[in-house]
Design a binder for this molecule. Sequence first.
Ligand SMILES: C[S@@+](CC[C@H](N)C(=O)[O-])C[C@H]1O[C@@H](n2cnc3c(N)ncnc32)[C@H](O)[C@@H]1O
Length: 396
Amino acid sequence: MATGNPINSWQSNNNIVSLQIHKPTDNTVYLQYEGKKAEAEILLNKQIIDYITTYPLLTTQGKNELKQLYFSDNLNALYSFLENEQIKGKVNLIYIDPPYATQSVFQTHAQQDAYTDLLTGAAYFEFLRERLILLRELLAPTGSIYVHLDSNAVFETKMLMDEVFGAKNFRNLITRKKCNSKNYTRKSYGNISDYILFYTKTDNYTWNRPFDSWEQEKIIKEFPCVEKETNRRYKKVPIHAPGIRNGETGGEWRGMLPPKGKHWQYTPEKLDELDKKGEIYWSPTGNPRRKVYFDNSNGIPVQDIWTAYLDAYNQNVKVTGYPTEKNLSLLQRIIETSTNKNDLVLDCFCGSGTTLVAADLLSRNWIGVDSSQNAIDTIIQRLKEELIYDFSLHQT
Ligand SMILES: C[S@@+](CC[C@H](N)C(=O)[O-])C[C@H]1O[C@@H](n2cnc3c(N)ncnc32)[C@H](O)[C@@H]1O
């Protein structure tokens, strides 16, 4: 795999050519469409609040505890959260799985109406943008937002999120395998993926690096050597890296210079220390390499293609019967990675409540909003069945 290094000079046939690096103050490419409001207009649009009824339907509020479910159009709920000192600027993680602009209506497995997804084009993107702007205001400075979409709307939404959150706060476009291979009849490749856009509010954000566990076959392939004295499995990696250094790491170690155009990864003192501990492998020709032990590995760092989180619906595992219900483990992974215990998680398109259940199981606080009666009924049922909480009902 070829990867480029960011550089500002290029050496070719011994001629150094300086590159002009263009550093515009704002490199964002904006999505333009009819009816796009100014941000200030959206943020100041408080009059909606005056006549809506937004209320926590289910609420538990103990010490360090905030768990609330709202039955409301989320625009109204978000405006009301902006007036709430407990919520504004305090949300640590937002996950949303909004309608995908599919021009479809969705029914439950029991054929009851769940929700419609009929907005398209400019109306759809402005619907989403308004909410993204308000969500940004609710996020804590160390907070993260994950937006789940499919190929219908993800590319335009990436542009909107660059605009709202800043392109520099874009972290990943995660590709999720949503279902197993299909017997596709259309003249195109089978569609088994959808996407999650991951942004943070700033570059100082909560990050508990996730790891996948090693499978035996992979351990043997990745760590092929076994140390005779200790029986520890290891792999050999170079102790030099690309780039010339003038300090200690560019000088001699054990009478050897680093190869041309490279430097030692450690100071000679550190290399001596590693060698003393038996952590340097010397080839028969005297070439040193570092031993990386399997038992020091936390697992395989998670990459941006996720194949283990197919939706329950696609695995024929009935969970709630609500359409588009997401995989609970998917939400658990996101929540564990981007929050700590007692943090606040918000899902304002919460559907069957997958995010809320995942957050609760991981001892996080949560707020859920949905405008579908069926979603609210499903969540209440789910909270009663899956969580052993005695929620008090506050329907006003
Ligand atoms: C794709 S589903 C979410 C599914 C959810 N992630 C789950 O695991 O069950 C989208 C949800 O957004 C809700 N929704 C759509 N527009 C809304 C709005 N303006 N305010 C609140 N909820 C809305 C729908 O009722 C639907 O439940």
